[in-house]
Write a protein that binds this ligand. Structure first.
Ligand code: SAH
Length: 415
């Protein structure tokens, strides 16, 4: 079948077929935002600064600088954040340390288990009541944590639950790093079936656009990668920053000297569709984004992941798979890996995941063009897996509980 024919045969579904959440008119456009609705900064935390900075904070608190090393090892090696549980820290210092360096930043609201316990999704509450999610997933060869870098998100992608919330605020380095510490504890303490394990991978694929919170995210990357007592000592290649496509920030990240993996949320190979599907495409077009992704590969030697949510009859046609392959091959071979993921439909959406057949054709087309491609699994889809869905579900369940004064909803807060 010719590509032109296929294009005409099926009516294509468009992102504009459904008005954005909360829209008051049918032709309302998604609104991008870089400005937090609720600016505010989390209390200062040990993980916000490097070892030198921690010494300075201690001095400012009137405490000896050498305690910084001890505290850092407790935090990054033993995942301990309560000074009262650190036997080498004098009791007289506990309160000052708790206040100035180790305040409680993320508090568990809900933990949901799925995939036979191999997936744990957490909803955390922050100091100001903002809520974010993280998801821990155990696989045979690795254990991956998906973390949030912002409360909400300002990128307004219409198929994403977080995108519908808007941006509440940027997280601090401490708030992001502490999600990782909590996961390290879960791994160590055997909360995932199969016995104790180590956290091996971290992906910035939870709530938020990491490159819109650039400085904090780069600072966080250092805490994740630098060895103890500076940080957790994870391997840079096992840390993935996923972006909607903020081109100047991609170029900046390439120069930070940290070979982390870059994932680009492309979702469409043509500006005609991507302009509607990923609102920031109005600023940086597909061609500019792929050029930046290629530059990232050249600068770091890290193969770039191209993320592609397969949405039925919207972006899953064979001709779009071919166009994607052409756009990638035009820029070189072996520099990108495509990760299609069947859409995880958000509540109330008119869009659905591509059929199995369309997925297979899409993957085969890419592979036939020499592009390495693997369908991403949909871990946790039975627990509001797509980012932002748990936060929304808990909010709605609570609203319902309040209004009907019943506790029959299935999602219970643990506090
Ligand atoms: N802001 C970053 C991180 C977002 S979440 C980014 O855009 O890359 C990580 C990935 O999940 C992104 O590729 C995002 O487009 C995708 N995603 C969001 N909602 C989804 C859904 N409902 N189904 C499938 N993938 C989704």
């Amino acid at each position: 079948m010719s590509l032109e024919f296929e294009k005409q045969r099926r009516r294509e579904v468009r992102p504009t077929d459904q008005p954005p959440e909360g829209a008051t008119s049918a032709d309302a456009k998604p609104v991008i935002s870089f400005a937090p609705a609720k600016p505010g900064k989390a209390p200062a935390h040990l993980a916000d600064v490097d070892a030198k900075g921690r010494k300075q904070v201690l001095k400012d608190l009137g405490l000896p600088g050498f305690r910084a090393d001890q505290l850092s090892r407790h935090y990054f090696d033993h995942f301990e954040a309560d000074p009262a549980k650190m036997s080498d820290i004098p009791a007289s210092m506990h309160d000052a340390i708790r206040e100035g360096l180790l305040p409680e930043l993320v508090r568990q609201v809900v933990a949901q288990h799925a995939d036979g316990g191999m997936t744990i999704k957490h909803l955390w509450e922050l100091f100001d009541g903002a809520r974010v999610e993280s998801v821990l997933m155990r696989y045979p060869q690795r254990t991956t944590l998906c973390i949030s870098s912002q409360a909400g998100c300002g990128m307004a992608c219409p198929f994403c639950a977080t995108g519908q919330m808007g941006l509440t605020r940027n997280l601090s380095t401490g708030e992001i790093v502490d999600q990782v510490r909590q996961a390290q504890i879960a791994c160590r303490d055997g909360e995932l079936p199969g016995g104790p394990t180590h956290l091996s991978n971290v992906v910035f694929m939870g709530m938020g656009e990491p490159l819109a919170n650039y400085r904090t995210v780069v600072n966080t990357l250092r805490r994740l990668i630098d060895p103890s007592p500076e940080g957790f000592g994870l391997s840079a290649r096992n840390v993935t920053v996923s972006t909607v496509g903020l081109v100047p920030a991609i170029d900046k990240l390439a120069k930070e000297g940290m070979p982390v993996t870059l994932a680009v949320s492309l979702h469409a190979p043509d500006d005609d569709l991507r302009d509607e599907l990923i609102p920031i495409n109005s600023r940086w077009k597909v061609g500019e984004l792929l050029d930046a992704a290629r530059r990232y590969f050249v600068a770091t030697g890290r193969r770039v992941s191209i993320e592609y949510a397969l949405i039925k009859d919207m972006n899953d046609q064979e001709y779009r798979a071919q166009l994607l392959a052409d756009e990638l091959n035009k820029r070189g071979h072996g520099w990108a890996h495509v990760n299609p993921i069947p859409l995880n439909p958000t509540p109330g959406t008119i869009w659905t995941a591509s059929t199995r057949r369309a997925q297979d054709t899409f993957v085969a087309t890419l592979r036939n063009n020499g592009i390495s491609t693997t369908i991403r699994d949909t871990r946790g889809s039975d627990i509001d897996g797509a980012c932002g869905q748990l936060a929304t579900a808990v909010k709605e369940a609570n609203a319902k509980r309040r209004s009907i004064n019943s506790d029959s909803t299935s999602i219970q807060e643990t506090r």
